[in-house]
Every structure is written in C-alpha cells, then in structure tokens.
Design a protein around this ligand. Structure first.
Ligand code: NAD
Length: 259
C-alpha cells in the first residue's frame, strides 16, 4: 500500500496508459479521480475500481478547456479534501509529413498535450502549494528527447512538456512540490494501434516494418513497453520512495532511447 490515502488526478484515465496508472494507484491504496473527455469511459473505469474496493470518482474534463479543468480539479479537492499527485497524461497522435500537415491538426495536438498540461498544472498547484507537498507527473515520450519523421506536432509538444516539467521542478521546490516526466517507448494502446497503419501508409512500408524500425529489429514481444511498465514508474514517482527526484525524465523504453 504505497499510496495509502494519496489523492491522484489522472487525465486520459479512461483508456490505455492512464487507465493502467489509475488501476495501479488504486491497488496501492490511492484515491483516484478518473478525468477524461470520454465521460462514459471514465465512469466505467471508476465503477470498476470501486467494485474492487477502491476509492474513485469520474470527472468530465476536456484538458483544453480552462474552466472545465479548474472546475474538475476543484471538485476533486472538495471530494477528497486534498490533491497529492497529478498525472498529466491525456493525449492524441496525428502523423503527416509537414507539407500535408493541416495547421488545425497541429494546433489541436499541441493544445491537448501542452496547453492541457499547463492548465492542469496551474489548477493542481493551487491545492498542492498550501499543503507544502505534491508530485507532478507528466507523460512525455521518447519523443521528448528523440525526433521522428511525420510527428512534427507530437515531437514539438512532447519536448515542450519536458520543458514545462523542468520549470515546475524549479518553481515547485520551495513549495515542497516535485515534478518529473515519464517518457515511454512504444506501448500497445489504442493510440498506437491507430498510428501504426497511418505511419505505414505515409512511409509506403508495411506495418511490420514500422514496428521493426522502432524496435531496432528485435521481436515485438521483447521490446514493446507495456502499460504496466509505465504505471510502475508512475507509482514510484507518486510515492515517497522517489522523494529525492525532481526535474527528471525517466524513460521506460527497453533501450529504444538511452539518455
Ligand atoms: P489512449 O488513446 O489509449 O488514451 C488517451 C486518453 O486521452 C483517452 O482516454 C482519451 O479520451 C483522452 N483524451 C484525449 N483528448 C483529451 C482531452 N482533450 N481531454 C481529456 N482527455 C482526452 O492513448 P495512450 O497510448 O494511453 O496515451 C496516453 C499518453 O501516453 C499520451 O500522452 C501519449 O502521448 C503518451 N505516450 C504513449 C505512448 C504509446 O506508445 N502508447 C508512448 C509514449 C507516450
């Protein structure tokens, strides 16, 4: 029970990595706010956690809507009495070569990832600073460090998130708030399942070749990072065991990227 009583706001928690983080935190005694634009999905996950004896609430939240983010975070603080952990995880993927990348899609992706992380941080520190404690966890990517063709918006946004997290390590320090980024490699989630065929079409190669290029030729089973791999890093960053860590980027990628 590493997170007994710890209150976590997790965005994008209806699906994929966010959902697994919520399940892992609940397993360790955390109290979780399942925040997502997909409210039906959020309610389903919250109900599943409660059925297993956990404490969870579903919160309807579009992370690009400042009023909705503030309202949602304040509701969590009111419901549970405090906020200890923020996991800014909501995200999408769009791939195109730049000459075919619609500006509106670039803005949409950057706004969800980067503006969303800014708005969520601002809303959460309002509750963490007076407590003199808190852990800000950002979902970066290996693309916070390493570029990839076709991903101008995603790579730019993920580099930006890393910068935001590092600034928050500086600003949060005197308030007892830590700030770190998880930068996963390729994880099989709905986001990636949609991306592989799009990338194959854009590059004119097979889906297998896309995966092989990313996995440096090793077999998929050995090198696909799992949602559980990422969630265990989030658990460490949320818990007191990582007390000395702030301003760091942790890269669960099975060696795809080595910082
Ligand atoms: P996913 O598609 O399974 O989940 C994304 C979630 O975000 C969904 O529940 C979706 O409804 C929610 N969401 C989308 N837009 C939103 C908005 N405006 N407001 C609130 N919620 C919104 O994707 P995933 O693969 O689990 O990705 C989660 C995070 O992990 C993303 O930030 C992604 O960039 C990052 N990531 C994923 C991988 C990977 O290989 N899957 C690798 C590195 C980083």
């Amino acid at each position: 029970m590493q997170l007994q009583g710890n209150v976590a706001v997790v965005t994008g928690a209806s699906s994929g990595i966010g959902r697994t983080i919520a399940e892992t935190f609940a397993r360790e005694g955390g109290r979780i706010a399942i925040c997502d634009i997909d409210m039906e999905g959020a309610e389903k996950v919250a109900a599943e956690l409660k059925a297993k004896g956990g404490e969870a609430i579903a919160v309807s939240m579009d992370v690009t809507d400042e009023a909705a983010v503030n309202r949602g975070v304040d509701r969590v603080a009111e419901h549970f009495g405090r906020i200890d952990t923020m996991v800014s995880n909501a995200g999408i993927q769009i791939v195109h070569p730049i000459e075919e990348f619609p500006y509106a899609e670039f803005r949409k992706l950057v706004t969800i990832h980067l503006d969303g992380s800014f708005l969520l941080t601002k809303a959460c520190v309002k509750h963490m600073y007076p407590q003199k404690s808190g852990s800000l966890i950002y979902m970066g990517s290996v693309h916070s460090h390493e570029p990839s063709a076709l991903k101008t918006a995603y790579v730019a946004a993920k580099h930006g998130i890393l910068g935001l997290a590092r600034v928050m390590a500086k600003e949060g320090a005197k308030h007892g708030v830590r700030s770190n980024t998880i930068c996963p490699g390729f994880v099989k989630t709905p986001l990636v399942e949609k991306q592989i065929p799009e990338q194959a079409e854009n590059l004119g190669i097979s889906e297998e070749e896309v995966v092989n290029r990313i996995m440096l030729g090793e077999t998929v089973d050995q090198t696909f990072t799992t949602m559980e791999d990422v969630a265990e890093v989030a658990l460490f960053l949320a818990s007191f065991k990582s007390n000395a860590l702030t301003g760091q980027s942790i890269v669960p990628s099975h060696g795809w990227y080595m910082a």
